[in-house]
Every structure is written in structure tokens, then in C-alpha cells.
Design a protein around this ligand. Sequence first.
Ligand SMILES: C[S@@+](CC[C@H](N)C(=O)[O-])C[C@H]1O[C@@H](n2cnc3c(N)ncnc32)[C@H](O)[C@@H]1O
Length: 403
Amino acid sequence: MFSAESLGSLLLALATGFPDRAKNMVQTSDELTEEERGLLWAPLACTDDPAKQARGLGDAIRKGGTNDFSANECYRAAFYLGHGVDELRDDPLFGYFSSHRAGRVLDKWVHYFPIYSRHLAPYRGRPIRVLEIGTYRGGSLDMWRWYFGPQVTLVGIDIDEDAKAAADPRHVVEIGDQTDADFLRRVAEEHGPFDVIIDDGGHGMQQQIVTAETLFPLLADGGVFLVEDCHTSYWDSYEGGRNRPGTFMEWAKQRLDDVNGFHQPGPVDPVWTGQLDGLHCYDSVVVLDKKTRFAPFAEQVGHAEFLTYPRAAAGMFSELLATRDAARAERDRLRRTLEEKEGARDEELRLLRAELASLRPKNAQLDSRLTQLKDELDNARISLRRVRRNQATGRWLRRSGDL
Ligand SMILES: C[S@@+](CC[C@H](N)C(=O)[O-])C[C@H]1O[C@@H](n2cnc3c(N)ncnc32)[C@H](O)[C@@H]1O
């Protein structure tokens, strides 16, 4: 296959209006096998549009299974030779990117810009907190500060100590590993809650999964979590592969099921169903919207009856409402009466208790007087019996004397 240098010359020939030179290179180059020559010839021969030719070359290189860099360069040329710039002309981040070619290193896939704009525009110009994981030389931090405006609190994380020194001193850069959940929690506690989190770190499977699982629950309600370079889920070098267990994209597919958790039996997951409001999958980017959701329910409007709503039905409906309101009023009246009666009963009980308490000493006095009177009565009975006995004895003596 063409070396990087030869491919560069070929693309330059297309870009500067010399398609025959490009064709000649393909026909005569000894860097190409006959099969590769055939593959590259086809897109040059089937159109005169240099953008389409460059795009076709990229596709052919991919088909031939050669390195990604060559295809990338063809697609890049196709973008600039075609309508790519026109399409992104109004995108503020693409504008920033294109006009900062000599600033700090800023490493982006160009198709990310409209994705950022779609999901991050609502946060611009507001006093929000933004966390970027993977700051590299600080170019993206500069871009985020410009994009979100002067009220933003911007925090970066990187595993590389040099990232701190490379960044503009206005940015906070915490040094640590994004697979260290305790470190992530500490950063969120110290600088959060974040409204926007952008994961552009190591792009390894565990790095992306641990970061999402740790930081999404700590994201502010109404916030957004964006994971970049998810194409690593399909790259061998990152232990990726289509449908390969353990990749970030397999993890994201589970979240798709979670978003629909209300429609499956069993309890709903409080985070991944209760707070994951939306999941957006783009080429290489996954966006998670956080919003505490109300439980979904179906509602119906638009019946034709609405237009010809019969008066009788309307009257009956009002009647039903009036009956309901009357029943509610009666219920409230009875409740109040009951409360009043309970209040009166409690008061009466309280007074009786007080009276009872006040009668207790008098009762004790009467008890002791009763005991005293009982004693006196007993004594009187004894005296009476004695008197009667004496009288009887007197009567007997008198009768004996008579005798
Ligand atoms: C692709 S670069 C970031 C590019 C930058 N955001 C930009 O747009 O210019 C990835 C960064 O992630 C950092 N990184 C790699 N593994 C990491 C990890 N486990 N934890 C935190 N940062 C990590 C690297 O040191 C590197 O600076």
C-alpha cells in the first residue's frame, strides 16, 4: 500500500485539480500490489468530484484492511474538499477548533462538534460546573472555558502529572486514575456536583465503565454525561469487539434496557431507570442525560366526541363533580364535629378528674368520722346492753322482795 508520503502526494494532486497525476500515481506506483491498484483505481475512475474520489479512496483502503491512518487522511481530505466545512460553518466549537490551529494541542474527531453542540448548548453562559476527564495538554480545557463562558467552574482530571503543568493555570487539574472510584468521588465531593461530565480519558473499558458508574449517580439533576471515543469498544487493542462482553458499548446496551425499566416486571433501578432520562448513541460517543423521571403513564386526547360533547353528558359530569364536592364537604363537617366532640369529652373528663381529686381529702375525713361514729355506736350498744341487764336485775330483785 502507499506510504504516508505517497498518499499525501496523491491527495494533494486531487485537492489542487490534478486528477490525472493522481491516476498516474496509482497506475505506476510500485508500492501497490495489483489488487490494491485495482481497489484504488475504481474510485478515481468512477467520478470527477475530488471529494468523492478522496472518500472512495478511504473506503477502498479500509476494504483492503490497511492502516486506519491512511483511511483517516482520505476522509479528512474528503471533508475539506466537499461540503464538510459548510455543514459545520455555524457550529461554534468547530469554529473555535478551526481557528486555534496554533494553540495548545486539542485532539478531537471532527464529527464530535455537532454532537457537543446538540447536548451542551443549553449549559452555555450559565454558572455551571464542568468536569473533563483526560485533559492532556489543556487544549480542550481552554475550549470548554471559551464555550461555557466566564461563569463556568471547570475541573480536569488526568493520570499524567504533566497534564497539570501543561494546562492554563486558571484550570483546576486533579491528578489521579479514573478507575479509582474513591478518587473520582473525592473530586466530585470537593468540586461538584457537576452539571456536565466529559470522559475523554484513557478510553479503556474499565476506565469508561467505572467512571460512568461512579460519577453518573453524583451528577447534578438535569446534567449530562458524555463519553468520547467509544469506538475502542470495537478495537482489539482495547479488548473490544462487536458484542464482546465487558466492553463499554455492551454496558451502554444494558442501559438501553434500563431506560425502559418501567415496562419490565420487578422493581425499577433507582439510578439507571429512575434518573437516566435518555441515552444517545452516536459514532464513538455516548451521551447520558440525567433527570429524575416521573413514572411513565399513558393518556389519551383527540377523540371526536370532544367536538360534539353532548350537553346531557356534560351536565351529568358536572352533577358527578358536584356530588363529589358535596360528599367531601359533608365528610369534612363530620370530621370537624367529631373533633369538637372529642375535644368536649376530653374537657369534661379533665374537669371530673379534677373534681374527683378535690373530693379525695373530704372522703378521707368522712371515712375517719364514720369510723369514729361506728366506735361511738358500738360503745352506746354496750352501754345499752348493760343498762338493760341492770334493769332486769332490778326488776328481779323487786319481785323477790315482794315475795
Ligand atoms: C485523548 S487525551 C485527552 C485529550 C484532550 N481531552 C483533548 O481534547 O485535547 C487522553 C488523556 O487521558 C489521560 N488518561 C489516560 N488514562 C487515564 C486514566 N486512567 N485516568 C485519568 N486520565 C487518563 C491521558 O494522560 C491523556 O492526557
